[in-house]
Design a protein around this ligand. Sequence first.
Ligand code: EPZ
Length: 420
Amino acid sequence: MDKLVINGGNPLKGEVTISGAKNAAVALIPATVLIDGICTITNVPNISDVKISCKILEEIGAKVEWISKNELKIDTRNITNTTAPLDMTSKFRASSYFIGSLLGRCKKAVVGLPGGCNLGARPIDQHIKGFESLGAKVEVSQGRISAEATKLEGTHIYLDIVSVGATINVMLASVLADGSTIIENCAKEPHIVDVANFLNTMGADIRGAGTDVIKVKGVKKLTGNSTYSVVPDQIEAGTFMLAAVATKGDLIIKNCIPEHMDCLTAKILEMGAKVEYNDDTIHVSASQRPHKANIKTQPYPGFPTDLQPQIGVCLSIANGTSIIKEGIWESRFQYTAELNKMGAKITDQGKSAIFEGVEKLYGAPVEATDLRAAAALIIAGLVADGETTLTNLAHLDRGYENIEEKFRKIGANIQRISEE
Ligand code: EPZ
């Protein structure tokens, strides 16, 4: 089992380059199932959720080749198997996208119930509502979802909840359907726009991604033969912005889309740090303890739940008391018990938490409770006095590429130790 040993105290300084977005890449890979051809995807984050998505693709008949560390060539001309391996699909959430894409292409899909971070109940009723509305029969039993249709027909779907997963999955299932599909009350995250842009590059006809209403005009075939670059990771960029704030650092964050960060930037300014945008870079610098701030997480363009633990670390050392209200997940404050082991004073009240800012955190052995909690605890280790050891790194490796190397290059004292 690996662990990270972090010795805190160094302000982070220098330049860091952001990778392609995990939550886009894990949707684009299943989306290739809809293509009857070959495509190349660049700026792919080399992380474990991506690798497992590629393995699933191979198991169902695709040829997948890493042509460099961050470039994939995928040949989906011979998709033969409509059952995605159940043990692999149950390891992460985005495996559910194989239902939409297999159903879209083969009119049949069997996929294990998706796993992923434990953030409370993670139902998929809205995905199922969309598939059924397109004409599929869907059954959930014995830990698997089976969907089948003789024909998928364009339809009008109103999603009862703003859901990233359901928006993407229904879009995937409708790309090759007969006629047009209108999806209302869609999520608007950058990775949704990215999936639509990718599919359009490969021959689909999708309009409105990034707004509440997406219109998908069914096409006969996606031919591929194109190259597509994954959008920069909004959450990784935000993680480094917040690491600069917490450590009173000075960071140039490269290869990001500053406009995707507006909501976080507003909060960082409220906390007393400086932010400057310049083309595809963001400069964040902080010279004092963060001011208190209140946060409510919401769907995009609201404050992202996936940056909640990282800003929680900044608020744990802020000047004053702050409140975070979690608007997406039932259980996203598990990391606060770990932060309290480091001297933070946080009271978890279920869907909200009160952060009484302390002057210092102290190094301690802590455990990553989920992916973003892992990133937050690294930031906490970097500001703490003394040594922090972080275990349960499988969460971290699912979603951040080379994270400790990236932190080391900007002055962090952080080492990975492999233990039997
Ligand atoms: C995506 O999860 C992300 N994962 C999550 O990131 C992120 O936290 C979340 O969106 C919100 O931004 C991926 O993209 C792989 P949702 P997803 O469907 O699609 C409820 C990370 O750290 N809901 O938008 O699963 C649901 O319970 C991960 O990278 C239903 O009720 O999230 C939640 O309360 C963690 N029925 C809310 O909607 C449904 O059918 C939003 O979930 C679907 C969702």
